[in-house]
Write a protein that binds this ligand. Structure first.
Ligand code: PXG
Length: 456
């Protein structure tokens, strides 16, 4: 039944009655009422009250090409008319699924020439786990099953995704992580290693991987997985020394190296993939979000030739999703990646708009609340602290971040708060004038927050 609802309050009531939201306190949302987003264009959203909101988060880190690109809706409509669905299971493919695979092998780093499709980052990380297990079994080393990841990492919400992830508040809501998922320190120089140079700390943090491998026995360890920059965890930018050292350790102990590129991929850091910004060559790479700029769900795992060479002689891989390589999603992703490539959007993040945003953000370090400004390309965090000299966090972590987030909400700017880190990841098409607007509003919200807590 289609009922026409006219007012925001009617939508809020219907939502209360029937919709459970992700990562949300139900009672709190019910008391407040949900915000209803109705349309979007470029870097702006509009809500059901007619408010225009600047989106500093690209939706949920995904709308890389910005909202409202007709090329994508046209491709989707054409593909739905032509062939709305067929699967890729029983020795069949569709043209979009195959041509997207070819395009992905072109834009991803050398050696990553095959893709396994899914519909979300979480699903693709499940695929990573099953591929790694399959690979080691095929190599005659079936005991190599344990995954090592980092504390405060985010790898999704499925059972494998949340087990790989290092979010304590997720783990404590279930018997998680599942057995065989281990976590080491995250490379957070500002809080964990500021008594050393950043590069010294990077080597030390990577050394935690070697310690964990020795503790578990390399013969039991399948892989290490990490986001080049941890996104949801608070845009933790590792020291430059970190990833090359992680790679050295993985190679030394014959452990697969997996880059979770769900946020960093498709231009966010100024290269096509975050691993290219940080100088490492993964064996597998998880992609989602920017793969279709969020216009339609699709994800994938890129698998290195050296793994495919083993897998191809190992019989059936009993894994897959009804919508693996969905033709409409694949056609949309292909159009999206073509826009990123043909309009030079990744290059623009590296040489023009990324440096512009990072340069302007540097000045935020003078703000009384801001202990650290960190970022790369078009992803950044402002770390709010109680004491800038000693890096002391606020007594109740998350409280001040939430105050600031609420000011953002009221002032029609979207920034995400993780603890007391205020995060930015705007669409890659954002203009300099729009960056100015975004950062002017961000500064205003920081000022309002500082006044609220008596620090200004
Ligand atoms: N890996 C990474 C690095 C992610 O950021 C996933 C995997 C899972 O993707 P799916 O498509 O299954 O959601 C993500 C998702 C946040 C937030 O609060 C971040 C994500 C998802 C939801 C919220 O910043 N990232």
């Amino acid at each position: 039944m289609n009922v026409v609802l006219n007012s925001t309050s009617q939508w809020q009531q219907e939502d209360r009655e029937h919709h459970l939201h992700p990562f949300t306190d139900i009672a709190q949302l019910n008391a407040k009422g949900v915000r209803v987003i109705t349309k979007a264009d470029g870097v702006y959203l509009w809500d059901s009250e007619g408010e225009k909101i600047i989106d500093g988060m690209s939706g949920l880190w995904c709308v890389n090409i910005g909202y409202g690109r007709k090329e994508l809706s046209e491709v989707a409509a054409r593909q739905m008319d032509e062939l709305a669905y067929y699967n890729t299971f029983f020795q069949t493919t569709t043209m979009p699924a195959t041509s997207l695979a070819t395009l992905l092998s072109e834009v991803t780093p050398d050696g990553l020439n095959h893709v396994f499709y899914g519909n979300s980052g979480s699903e693709s990380n499940d695929t990573v786990v099953r591929l790694a297990w399959r690979y080691w079994a095929a190599k005659g080393q079936p005991n190599k099953t344990v995954f090592i990841a980092r504390q405060n990492a985010y790898h999704g919400s499925t059972l494998a995704g949340s087990s790989l992830g290092g979010m304590g508040y997720m783990h404590k809501q279930g018997p998680l992580p599942l057995p065989g998922f281990e976590h080491i320190e995250q490379p957070h120089w500002y809080f964990n290693g500021a008594d050393m140079t950043s590069d010294e700390y990077g080597i030390k943090a990577a050394g935690k991987l070697e310690e964990k491998i020795l503790e578990l026995g390399a013969d039991n360890v399948a892989a290490f997985i990490g986001e080049p920059i941890q996104g949801a965890g608070g845009v933790i930018v590792p020291p430059d020394s970190y990833w090359p050292e992680i790679q050295r350790i993985c190679r030394k102990y014959d452990i697969l190296l997996v880059s979770d590129e769900v946020i960093c991929g498709f231009g966010r850091t100024g290269e096509w993939f975050g691993c290219q910004s940080f100088g490492f060559e993964p064996d597998m790479m998880t992609m989602a979000k920017g793969m279709s700029s969020g216009y339609i769900p699709i994800s994938g795992v890129m698998v290195h030739d050296r793994l495919v060479d083993v897998l191809k002689d190992s019989g059936d891989f009993n894994h897959g999703y009804t919508y693996s390589g969905h033709p409409v999603a694949a056609a949309v992703a292909q159009a999206n990646i073509s826009i990123l490539r043909d309009e030079g959007l990744v290059e623009r993040v590296k040489t023009d708009i990324g440096p512009y945003m990072q340069e302007r953000l540097k000045a935020f370090a003078d703000h009384p609340l801001v202990g650290q400004v960190r970022g790369r390309g078009l992803i950044a965090a402002l770390e709010l602290v109680k004491d800038k000299e000693t890096h002391q966090p606020f007594d109740k972590v998350g409280e001040v971040g939430m105050i600031c987030r609420n000011h953002c909400f009221e002032n029609n700017i979207i920034m995400r708060a993780t603890g007391d880190s205020m995060l930015l990841a705007p669409p890659l098409v954002i203009t300099k004038a729009e960056i100015d607007e975004l950062l002017d509003k961000a500064l205003m919200c920081l000022d309002l927050t500082a006044k609220d807590i008596g620090m200004m």
